[in-house]
Design a protein around this ligand. Structure first.
Ligand code: GCW
Length: 790
C-alpha cells in the first residue's frame, strides 16, 4: 500500500512486488487500505497523517529512510518511510537486500542516512556512442550524434543506480561536446531525464566552458563578462523548463587541452561561480573538477611534478567558490593509479565544498579484463586521516562536508557502463559499481562486508562460492598491484596509449607526467620537502611526517615519495629490486591460482557465467606473466642486478618461436625487446598459412602447452596446434585488444591443457594471417599438467 502519490512511489511499489515475487515466490497484492498485515510505503508527511504518534529514532534527512513496523488503520504493518519519495525507493531496496541476504526482517526499526548528500556517477560517453575509457561496449545513451531512440538500457541503469542509492548521473564525457547545450539537443536529453525520473535519479551534464561562444551567440566565454553570465543564466532557465529536476553540471576546464578560464586570465572560481549562479535559483549544483594540470611540463627539471597541480591551483582559491559549487577531487594527486596517497587537496579546502572522484571503470587497473576489486583501495583513501584540524579528519568526513560543516559534499564514481549485457565486460567487475554505491551511502562498511553482500546477491549462498569469490575479489587489488606496479611506483603501463599493458618507459621523458624516474642507479620520484619537488609540503605536518623520511615511509608508497637505490633495503627486509622481482612473480602466481580456485566452482553457478569468468581469469593469468616478464626484463636490463631466485630472464621451459623450424614465417625483432621473449617473434606475411615446428625433448607424460602469440586488433588471425600432424587445438585471435602492434597490450597466452607427449614428438603451430594480423608467434612453454585439469 502506498501513502502519497508520485511516480517514484509507484516505482518503489512495483519494485517491491517484483523483488518479493522473485525471491520468495509470493505475489503481493496492492490495496488502498490495509485490512490485514501489509507493507506500507509512505512519505513521512503522509505517514504522520495516518498516525501522528510515529516518531523515528533519529532525525530523517533527505534521502534517508526508516524501516519500521506500526499499527495502521488497525492492521500490523511493515513501514518504509522517508522525507522524500526517493528515500522510499532506497528503503525498498534496503528491505529487499535484507531478504536476499537472509536477514531477519521481522520487528525492524532502523533508520539509514546517506553519508553525503550528493552521490553521483559520471559517464564519459560521447555523442557518437563511443565511451572514453569505457570497456563494455557502446553508450547506453548516445548513438550517431543523438540520444538513442530506445532508452530501455538507460532505464535499467537508473534502476541499478537507485538500488545502491545513487541520486545523480552525468551522462556525457567530461571532455564535453558543447553541442549538448544547443536548443535542438536539449529536448533529446530531456528524454533521458524522463527515464531516470521514476527511479529518483537526476540527470546532470558535463559542460564545456567555451559554450557561450562555441554554440552560443557570444564572441567570448570570459566568465567575468556580464554577457557570458547572462548566456549561462538563460541556458540554465531553458534546461530547467525542460528538465525541472535537473541536477547540475560537471566541468573539466584548463585540463588536457580543454578550454578554461585561463584563456582570459580568470580563475577556476570565476568559471565555476558564473555557472553556479545560473543554476542556483533552480537548486542546481556545479562540480568543478580539480584535475587541472599542465601536460607540457619540462620533464628534465627534477622539481617539476604534476602531482602538485591540484593543490597549487585550488588551495589559494579556498573560500572563493559559491555555496553550490563542489570541487571534484580524484582520490590521488596523479590519476587513478593502482596506488597513490590521498590527494592533499582533501585537507586543503576548509571553506569550499568537496567531492571525491573514484574510478569504477578500470582504466589503469586492467580494463575489466583483469579482476581488480577496488573497494579496498577506496576504503584506504576514505579512511585516511588528513589531520586537517586537531581532531581526526578522514577523507570521508571531509568530502561529506562534516569536518567544516559545509552545506554539501559528495561522492562521484566514473562508471562508464556500456551496452554489454553484463554492463562492465567482466562479470565480476560489477562488484566495483556496487561497492561505489555502498561506500557513498556508508563509507564505514568494510570491503569484506560489501563484497560478501554482492557475491550472495549475485551468485547465491553456496558457502564454497561465497568463500572463493569473496577471497578472489578481496585479494585482487594487491595481486594486480604486485604484477603491475608495486612499492608505489605507480602503474608501469603505457601512459601515452591505452593505459593497459606494460609500457614502463612511456611515462618518462615527456610532459604528461613525472612518474618513476628509473635510471641505472635508482628509482622513484623524490617528492620530499627536503630534497624533492616539495609536494609533501602540501599535507599537514602530521601527514608529512609519515612520508618525508625514507626510513619511516611505508613500503607501499616508498617510490611515490622517494628516489632510492635499487639496493635500498625496505621495511620488509628485501632490497627494492628483489622486492620488485618477487612481487611480480607472486602476483602472476596469484593470478594463476585464481583460475584453479574458480575451477572448483564448476556446476555451482550457471555455466554461462562460470565459463565467461573462467575465460577472463585464464586470459588474466597469461597477461600477468606478460606484465611480469616485461617489467622484470626491463629492470634487469636497467640495473644489471640479477634476480636472487634465478628466475628473471631464465625460461628453460620455453621454446622460442625464432628457434623453431619455420615454413613461411619470418623472424622479426620486437622493440623494445622486452615485449617478446628473447626480443624476437615470427610473423607470417605470406598469403598462405605459415607454420613453425619443434621436437619435444622431455620425458613422456601429460603436459600443459602455453602458446604465446600476439593478437593484433587489425584482423582475426587463426592458429592451430598439431602433435605429430594430429590437431590438438585451434582458435581465433579475435580479441579486440587495444593495439595494432606486437607489444605488452597484445601479447596473449593460449593454454592447451593435458596434452599427452612422448619424447621426440613433433609439435607444430600453424598460423593463418588475416588482414593486418600476421599471426605472430613468440614462444611455446611446456610444463607438467596441473593436477586439477582444466
Ligand atoms: O585519466 C585521464 C584519462 C582521460 C580522462 C581524464 C580525465 C576524460 O586518461 O581519458 O578524460 O583522465 O579524468 O579528465
Amino acid at each position: 500500500m502506498i501513502l502519497g502519490k508520485s511516480v517514484v512511489l509507484t516505482t518503489a511499489q512495483k519494485e517491491l512486488i517484483r523483488g518479493v515475487k522473485g525471491m520468495l515466490g509470493t505475489t503481493l497484492r496492492t490495496v488502498p487500505s490495509p485490512s490485514e498485515p501489509a507493507i506500507v510505503l509512505a512519505t513521512f508527511v503522509e505517514l504522520q497523517k495516518e498516525n501522528a504518534g510515529l516518531t523515528p529514532p533519529q532525525e530523517l534527512r533527505k534521502d534517508s529512510f526508516w524501516l519500521t513496523h506500526a499499527k495502521l488503520r488497525g492492521a500490523d504493518c511493515v513501514v518504509i518511510t522517508s522525507p522524500s519519495d526517493r528515500g522510499v525507493i532506497y528503503g525498498v531496496f534496503a528491505l529487499l537486500r535484507k531478504i536476499s541476504l537472509g536477514e531477519d526482517v521481522h520487528n525492524l526499526d532502523e533508520v539509514q542516512q546517506p553519508y553525503a548528500p550528493l552521490r553521483w556517477v559520471n559517464q564519459w560517453d560521447n555523442l557518437d556512442g563511443h565511451i572514453e575509457r569505457g570497456y563494455a561496449g557502446p553508450s547506453i545513451f548516445f548513438e550517431n550524434g543523438h540520444v538513442r531512440a530506445d532508452l530501455q538500457r538507460a532505464h535499467d541503469y537508473a534502476r541499478i543506480l537507485a538500488s545502491i542509492g545513487i541520486n545523480g548521473c552525468a551522462v556525457n564525457n567530461v571532455n564535453a561536446n558543447p553541442k549538448l547545450l544547443t536548443d535542438e539537443f536539449l529536448p533529446e536529453l530531456a528524454r533521458i531525464a524522463g527515464v531516470f525520473r521514476p527511479w529518483g535519479l537526476q540527470l546532470a551534464l558535463s559542460i564545456d566552458l567555451s559554450s557561450p561562444k562555441s554554440v552560443g551567440d557570444r564572441d567570448t566565454f570570459d566568465p567575468l563578462d556580464a554577457r557570458v553570465g547572462e548566456w549561462w543564466k538563460q541556458k540554465a532557465d531553458q534546461i530547467y523548463r525542460l528538465i525541472p529536476d535537473f541536477a547540475g553540471f560537471v566541468m573539466k576546464a584548463d585540463s588536457e587541452g580543454r578550454p578554461g578560464p585561463a584563456s582570459y586570465g580568470r580563475t577556476p572560481a570565476d568559471a565555476a561561480n558564473v555557472i553556479a549562479r545560473a543554476v542556483k535559483p533552480h537548486g542546481g549544483v556545479v562540480f568543478y573538477r580539480a584535475f587541472v594540470y599542465d601536460h607540457h611540463l619540462d620533464w628534465r627539471n627534477l622539481k617539476n611534478d604534476r602531482a602538485r597541480a591540484a593543490y597549487d591551483i585550488f588551495h589559494p582559491l579556498d573560500g572563493k567558490f559559491d555555496e553550490n559549487v563542489l570541487i571534484q577531487i580524484k582520490y590521488g594527486p596523479i590519476d587513478f593509479q593502482v596506488r597513490e596517497p590521498a590527494s592533499p587537496l582533501f585537507g586543503g579546502l576548509s571553506r569550499t565544498n568537496e567531492a571525491i572522484e573514484l574510478q569504477i571503470t578500470q582504466e589503469y587497473t586492467g580494463q575489466q579484463r583483469h579482476l581488480c576489486f577496488l573497494a579496498p583501495l577506496w576504503k584506504d583513501i576514505l579512511d585516511f586521516d588528513m589531520h586537517a584540524t586537531d581532531g581526526s579528519t578522514p577523507v570521508k568526513h571531509l568530502v561529506a562536508g562534516h569536518v567544516f560543516d559545509r552545506p554539501t559534499g559528495g561522492f562521484v564514481g566514473v562508471a562508464n557502463v556500456g551496452m554489454d549485457t553484463n554492463w562492465m565486460r567482466h562479470p565480476l567487475a560489477l562488484a566495483n559499481l556496487y561497492a561505489f554505491g555502498r561506500l557513498a551511502w556508508n563509507p564505514n562498511l568494510t570491503p569484506g562486508q560489501i563484497v560478501d553482500e554482492w557475491t550472495r546477491q549475485t551468485f547465491g549462498d553456496d558457502p564454497a562460492v561465497v568463500q572463493i569469490v569473496d577471497r578472489m575479489q578481496l585479494t585482487s587489488w594487491r595481486t594486480y598491484e604486485d604484477y603491475t606496479g608495486p612499492l608505489g611506483v605507480g602503474t608501469l603501463t603505457n601512459i601515452l596509449g591505452p593505459h593497459y599493458g606494460p609500457g614502463p618507459e612511456s611515462s618518462e621523458n615527456n610532459g604528461w607526467g613525472q612518474w618513476h624516474r628509473a635510471d641505472h642507479q635508482g628509482v622513484g620520484m623524490d617528492r620530499t620537502v627536503a630534497t624533492g619537488t616539495g609536494f609533501l609540503g602540501q599535507y599537514s605536518a602530521a601527514v608529512q611526517k609519515l612520508y618525508e623520511n625514507v626510513a619511516d615511509c611505508p613500503d607501499d608508497l616508498l617510490l611515490f615519495f622517494h628516489h632510492v637505490a635499487y639496493t635500498h633495503v625496505l621495511h620488509s627486509g628485501k632490497t627494492v629490486i628483489q622486492s620488485m622481482y618477487d612481487s611480480h612473480y607472486a602476483g602472476a602466481e596469484a593470478a594463476e591460482q585464481n583460475v584453479t580456485q574458480w575451477e572448483q566452482l564448476r556446476g555451482k553457478i550457471d555455466d554461462e557465467r562460470y565459463l565467461e569468468v573462467l575465460g577472463r581469469l585464464r586470459y588474466q593469468a597469461g597477461h600477468a606473466i606478460v606484465w611480469r616478464d616485461v617489467i622484470c626484463d626491463w629492470l634487469l636490463g636497467l640495473t644489471g642486478i640479477p634476480d636472487a631466485e634465478g628466475r628473471v630472464g631464465q625460461h628453460p621451459d620455453r621454446i622460442e618461436a625464432e628457434d623453431m623450424q619455420q615454413q613461411g614465417y619470418t623472424q622479426v625483432d620486437i622493440t623494445p625487446a622486452y615485449f617478446a621473449s628473447g626480443g624476437k617473434a615470427i610473423s607470417c606475411s605470406a598469403a598462405q598459412p605459415c607454420s613453425a615446428s619443434f621436437h619435444f625433448k622431455g620425458n613422456s607424460g601429460t603436459y600443459d602447452l602455453d602458446v604465446q602469440y600476439f593478437d593484433l586488433k587489425t584482423g582475426v588471425a587463426r592458429f592451430s596446434v598439431l602433435v605429430n600432424s594430429l590437431p590438438v587445438d585451434e582458435w581465433q585471435a579475435n580479441d579486440d585488444l587495444p593495439s595494432a602492434k606486437p607489444d605488452g597490450d597484445t601479447s596473449t597466452r593460449r593454454t592447451i591443457p593435458a596434452v599427452a607427449l612422448r619424447s621426440g614428438d613433433e609439435i607444430t603451430i600453424r598460423g593463418t594471417p588475416d588482414g593486418g594480423d600476421p599471426a605472430m608467434l613468440d614462444y611455446v612453454a611446456i610444463h607438467k599438467a596441473q593436477e586439477s585439469g582444466h
